[in-house]
Design a protein around this ligand. Structure first.
Ligand SMILES: C[S@@+](CC[C@H](N)C(=O)[O-])C[C@H]1O[C@@H](n2cnc3c(N)ncnc32)[C@H](O)[C@@H]1O
Length: 269
């Protein structure tokens, strides 16, 4: 069955919890643990790269359940707008976060979307799901155009640092890891500059690459072990999360970056 984004995401959003937008093969309890680790790592990534505050206007593409919106507010955003492909998700976002922003139904890969510019734009695990190349290119251009002069784009995406791990396009798959050069080409053509890139986690998400094929296989094995206990019983998510949370920073400090990345782009003022 070919991947049909609107159906795939509408079906997932019926769950109305983090398993709809995180690791869909894992339950909500385990996804809560994973998101908690990603959020902790994101705060550290932003601090390390001098982002203590963001501007007053923010936009999140593919905002999903709105998990990240409170963080944008905490960092200083006063108005947060956003979009998602799925109407029911947008309705939920508007009812939960509406007074301080507006959310619309929008496919980021559509022909030039006419939106305002923002001080801060977030794209958290969305571009990987735009598997068609022409749509992906349009999505990058649309994303870049959302960033105001002096503004920033933050991404959390499975960006490959080793091009050899890119896999051929498969119309049946709902996600696709692409190399950094692909992201840079599209965003830099629209005037953005890469400021920083780093691992979003080492072991708290599925691996996409490794220093060697063997290392990649080892990371895959580790992820299989890590994801098993919460499948046996959701209560196991808690201790697995605690173990992952403790080990993850040490692995990243050793240079491990087999999974998704945080990337920060800026438009010169
Ligand atoms: C993996 S989820 C991530 C949700 C949220 N950003 C997060 O990190 O929790 C991907 C989200 O992007 C939305 N989405 C998928 N393709 C999209 C597209 N082409 N344009 C806009 N949103 C899209 C999905 O409906 C889903 O809510």
């Amino acid at each position: 069955m070919p991947y049909t984004p609107s159906k795939y995401w509408s079906d997932l959003h019926v769950r109305r919890d983090l398993s709809a937008v995180g690791q869909s093969g894992l339950n909500s309890a385990m996804n809560q643990q994973l998101y908690r680790i990603w959020a902790r790592n994101l705060r550290r990534f932003l601090k390390r790269n001098g982002v203590q505050r963001i501007g007053p206007t923010a936009f999140e593409v593919g905002a999903g359940t709105g998990y990240w919106l409170p963080l944008w507010r905490e960092l200083g955003a006063e108005r947060i707008d956003g979009c998602d492909l799925v109407p029911s998700a947008v309705d939920d976002l508007n009812s939960r976060f509406g007074p301080s922003g507006g959310f619309i139904v929008l496919d980021l890969g559509d022909e030039k979307v006419g939106l305002d510019c923002y001080d801060f734009v977030a794209c958290m695990d969305v571009l990987l799901h735009i598997t068609d190349d022409a749509k992906f290119d349009r999505a990058l251009a649309n994303l870049a155009r959302l960033v105001a002069p002096g503004g920033r784009l933050l991404m959390k995406e499975p960006i490959l640092l080793r091009e050899g791990f890119e896999r051929p396009y498969n119309p049946e798959l709902s996600s696709r890891a692409r190399p950094l050069s692909r992201y840079r080409a599209g965003l830099e053509a629209e005037g953005l500059k890469l400021e920083a890139i780093g691992p979003a986690t080492a072991i708290a998400n599925n691996p996409i690459e490794g220093r060697s094929r063997l290392a990649y296989r080892a990371w895959r094995g580790t992820w299989g072990v890590v994801s098993l206990p919460s499948k046996i019983h959701p209560a196991n998510a808690r201790w697995v999360g605690a173990v992952l949370s403790a080990i993850d920073p040490a692995l990243m400090a050793l240079g491990a970056a087999p999974s998704g990345k945080f990337a920060l782009f800026a438009r010169p003022g």
